[in-house]
Design a protein around this ligand. Structure first.
Ligand SMILES: Cc1ncc(COP(=O)(O)O)c(C=O)c1O
Length: 392
């Protein structure tokens, strides 16, 4: 099945005015996602917040069913979150790490994870970097060797936010499976861009955000925790009446499944919006989305290489919809600002967000143009033409 490009563009109001390639930052919502949120907010205004939650329970809870379908998991293994960072921290802090325990980590980790790992080091936990292979992806052979020593946790990011590479997350899952280590996968840049499958990856945790490739609202995200590991985890740091039941004066009982990683007070309209956005992605089809995004990105890379002063900085044997580049004479911010004035949106990842990666490439910032499935070849041609004018 092909994507009906006219339909998805009509469904996306901003396509009328913008050639929008900032999708790896925060992509554009579909009309239906916007309507789902607005309708829910209207309902809250009419009947009150608690009553709205009861009346529209099926709409709010659609999030779990849709997220489970997206990941090939059970709805009870999903927790709603405010973003991928919160999801990552909740997963990380639930692992029983003691001084001397060992954590292995890839070089594609985002800043939030780097901060968690710094704190872990301060607590005496041993954090070791897994080397990259020649393509910049995680070196699975090196990881296999490292896993011969006792390891508590492996943290990996599926898609680097700063250079478009896709890590071989399934092969990583295969080498972890025969060890005692848990596997925490940051799929923030992958969710909504390609099909995900927690059974194939054999990951124990998966984290994602709503606003990027899933086209969901800001302030939304999701955490998957494999049901079979719950008994091995420590209690969540934040616990309220959603995460647990105060069952005797001195005890509480954690909620079933991943509900223990949620607090009761969150934004239900956001949850409705994310559920709707995931439903939209499932309707379009994740295989279709992956094919179109990769083909647009490949075309964009080819055309960028034709501009003599541009260097494409993407790495990886397998690449995705994140296209990054630098110019010989013009800095990324100047490029992005000049493009913005022409109605073309890109973003600028920089060193503090993904320091391991940037230091290995030796640049401070890149321009990131990330086509989603609703973008077109015509928009890419316009982008290339305008960019050519800016960089000379
Ligand atoms: C790879 C990766 N992981 C995690 C995050 C953090 O996501 P959030 O801002 O939703 O916390 C980002 C955000 O850019 C990211 O690119």
């Amino acid at each position: 099945m092909m994507i009906d490009i006219t339909r998805v563009r009509t469904d996306t109001p901003a396509c009328e005015n913008l050639a929008y390639f900032a999708n790896a930052g925060a992509s554009l919502p579909a009309r239906s996602t916007l309507a789902a949120q607005k309708n829910y907010l209207d309902l809250e205004a009419r009947v009150g917040g608690y009553e709205a939650r009861t009346v529209a329970a099926s709409q709010v809870d659609l999030f779990y069913a849709n997220a489970a379908a997206l990941l090939n998991s059970e709805p009870g293994e999903i927790a709603f979150q405010s973003g991928a960072s919160e999801a990552w921290w909740r997963a990380f802090l639930s692992v029983d790490l003691q001084p001397g325990d060992r954590v292995l980590v890839g070089t594609t980790e985002f800043q939030s994870a780097a901060f968690g790992l710094m704190q872990a080091r301060q607590r005496g936990i041993v954090v070791e970097m897994i080397p990259d292979d020649a393509h910049g992806q995680v070196d699975v052979n090196a990881l296999t060797d490292m896993l011969r020593q006792p390891t508590k946790l492996v943290c990996l990011t599926q898609i680097a936010m700063s250079n478009g590479l896709v890590n071989p997350v399934e092969r990583v899952g295969e080498v972890i499976k025969d060890t005692d280590a848990l596997y925490l996968l940051d799929a923030c840049q992958a969710a909504g861009q390609l099909p995900l499958d927690v059974q194939a990856y054999r990951c124990d945790f998966l984290t994602a955000t709503g606003r990027k490739w899933l086209r969901g609202p800001r302030g939304t995200g999701l955490l998957y925790v494999r049901g079979s590991i719950l008994d091995d985890l420590v209690d969540p740091v934040f616990v309220d009446g959603q995460s647990a039941l105060w069952n005797t004066t001195d005890t509480y009982q954690l909620s079933e499944g991943s509900a223990r990683f949620e607090l009761g007070e969150m934004n239900p309209a956001g949850k409705v919006g994310l559920g709707s956005a995931i439903g939209y992605a499932l309707d379009v089809g994740l295989d279709n989305i992956q094919d179109r995004v990769r083909s647009l990105a490949a075309s964009m890379r080819d055309q960028l290489w034709q501009i003599p002063t541009i260097t494409v900085t993407d790495r990886g044997e397998e690449q995705c919809g994140i296209v990054t580049f630098i110019s010989d004479g013009v800095d990324p911010i100047t490029i992005a600002t000049a493009l913005r004035a022409k109605g073309i949106s890109v973003s600028i990842p920089s060193t503090p967000q993904s320091r391991f990666m940037f230091e290995s490439v030796g640049v401070d910032a890149v321009v990131r143009a990330a086509p989603h499935y609703y973008n077109t070849e015509e928009e890419i041609s316009r982008f290339i033409a305008e960019l050519g004018g800016i960089v000379g």
